[in-house]
Design a protein around this ligand. Structure first.
Ligand SMILES: NC(=O)c1ccc[n+]([C@@H]2O[C@H](COP(=O)([O-])OP(=O)(O)OC[C@H]3O[C@@H](n4cnc5c(N)ncnc54)[C@H](OP(=O)(O)O)[C@@H]3O)[C@@H](O)[C@H]2O)c1
Length: 259
């Protein structure tokens, strides 16, 4: 991998770009306003790493010609398929670090799956980030559901209760365990990949020590996270009352997918 387009130079994008540049990859940065002409040129085979937020992903995806889909790598959090449909042609990533401005905390190795996963992970590792490749779709989906359950806790419930993560985990264990087991049950049924809720609970506990101070004033991307869990639950007949209750408390309308 000699060259790559990095689309969305925010907290995650700039960390990935810096690691790739350190590994000797020539990174062409694409912002909302600059670089799109070159990035959407179907004749250019360079990979495109898309690191914008979930809500900005659908209009960005539409700008790429279909033949470039196998050259795209998506690293958004959240459950993308319930809203976007199958994404099997693209390379997918699960980012397991927290980056906000100067703050950076690696939580566990991040995971890539798909056609670009091998060379991308190799370059990112050379550049100093911990990355692994998930070889099978089923293994990746299982990891994605574990990460989705994690995001369902490190977000909406903190905003609803006005608590930092450490205090919330200590004071609301029954609630966060319910958020996780609803997520693993609903997403597991929807994706057809069973996931053990206890594994996801253990992952949350084991990865959150460096970010227990984190507080969330306003939960974002709910339709891709807890909102998606409720939608997947409805589609598969899996009850998700705790996620629904938290969404209602945040003013999110599960019927329309908005506030
Ligand atoms: N930050 C973390 O610790 C972390 C960890 C794991 C996963 N993630 C996931 O990674 C994704 C990105 O998060 P983030 O924290 O990096 O967000 P962020 O800091 O807001 O960065 C997103 C960047 O994408 C840009 N952007 C949006 N639409 C664009 C477009 N059409 N073309 C080019 N650039 C565009 C934004 O530009 P503007 O500034 O103009 O809006 C911004 O620079 C999210 O899905 C998030 O859930 C984040």
């Amino acid at each position: 991998m000699e060259r790559l387009f990095l689309v969305g130079p925010g907290n995650v994008g700039t960390r990935l770009a810096a690691a790739l540049a350190a590994a000797g990859v020539r990174v062409e940065t694409v912002t909302r306003r600059c670089g799109w002409d070159r990035a959407t040129d179907a004749g250019d085979p360079a990979p495109r790493l898309l690191a914008m937020r979930e809500d900005d992903l659908p209009p960005a995806l539409e700008r790429f010609p279909p033949e470039l889909r196998p050259r795209l790598a998506l690293v958004q959090n959240g459950f993308l398929e319930p809203l976007l449909g199958p994404l099997d042609e693209t390379t997918r990533g699960l980012i397991w670090f927290t980056a906000r401005g100067e703050f950076f905390a690696p939580l566990r190795p991040s995971i890539l799956h798909g056609a670009l996963a091998g060379p991308l992970a190799a370059a990112l590792v050379r550049g100093g980030l911990a990355f692994e490749v998930s070889a099978s779709r089923e293994a990746f989906v299982r990891e994605m559901i574990v990460k989705g359950a994690w995001n369902g806790v490190v977000g909406l419930p903190l905003a609803v209760h006005g608590l930092d993560l450490g205090t919330y985990l200590e004071s609301h264990e029954q609630e966060w365990r319910a958020v996780i087991s609803e997520t693993t049950a609903a997403a597991g049924a929807w994706y057809g990949v069973p996931v053990d809720a206890e594994t996801a609970c253990r992952c949350l506990v084991e990865t959150t020590a460096p970010i227990r101070h984190v507080a969330v004033t306003s939960a974002k991307a709910l339709r891709w996270r807890n909102g998606a869990v409720v939608a997947m639950g409805r589609a598969t007949g899996v009850p998700t009352p705790v996620n629904e209750h938290l969404l209602r408390a945040a003013g999110y309308d599960s019927a329309t997918g908005g506030r």
